[in-house]
Design a protein around this ligand. Sequence first.
Ligand SMILES: Nc1ncnc2c1ncn2[C@@H]1O[C@H](COP(=O)(O)OP(=O)(O)OP(=O)(O)O)[C@@H](O)[C@H]1O
Length: 236
Amino acid sequence: MSIELNGVTKRYGAEKALNDVTFHFKPGKIYGLLGPNGSGKSTTLKLITGLVYPNSGTVSVLKETVTRRISKNVAYLTELDMFYDSFTSGKMIDFYDTQFPDFDREKAFKLLQEMELSPDKKIKQLSKGNRGRLKLVLTLARDVPVVLLDEPFSGLDPMVRDSIVRSLLTNINFEKQTVIIATHEIDEIEPIMDEVIAIYNGDIIGHENVEVLREEQGLSVLEWFKLTMVNQGKAV
Ligand SMILES: Nc1ncnc2c1ncn2[C@@H]1O[C@H](COP(=O)(O)OP(=O)(O)OP(=O)(O)O)[C@@H](O)[C@H]1O
């Protein structure tokens, strides 16, 4: 197993964000972590990257309990923009290169070209879609076993979404990387997911292999997700 959550509860003050969750992620798979706003998706990713700690239970990546240090094995695309506006895309790549020993500078410039981004353009001049693309370039250029993407499509138009999905497929190393995509935009990642997890109110309420869903149950991921939510008494 590449990532293990065992009996993990996470509270923010009185607010319970995750509720005694046990889940093991296998290597070489793309997981879709699906749920409505506030269901605990971001919290799950933050626990895996060591940005927040569980109140109880344990989180481990490659058998090592997660501490802040573990982020060396995890590339994390956040919802928030954490860019230096006055940097150019090229300078941002150089900066990442100094921050992460596993960063592949050559791959980053190749990805930049693939996404039709200029290395000389300042980040503050980029459209929202191009900032989204740059975030993905910086995340995918890291050679790490775990890649976490938090709402990679948020606010992007369909063409940008397509290009992101395509570059995900061509730039993930399926031999050794585990990818978790947290999103409530299920349609976008339907074609690329191997496994789906439904999360609601801090509980994992369903988990399926996508091929089994399609072939044995004749369901799309979206149909399965809606059914799973309805079974929980939650209309969608
Ligand atoms: N820093 C925080 N302080 C207090 N409560 C928080 C904090 N972060 C998250 N929460 C709460 O924890 C719960 C889970 O939030 P989380 O961000 O993990 O959900 P999410 O599924 O990623 O939602 P979204 O799709 O809106 O980002 C929510 O009820 C949220 O309000």
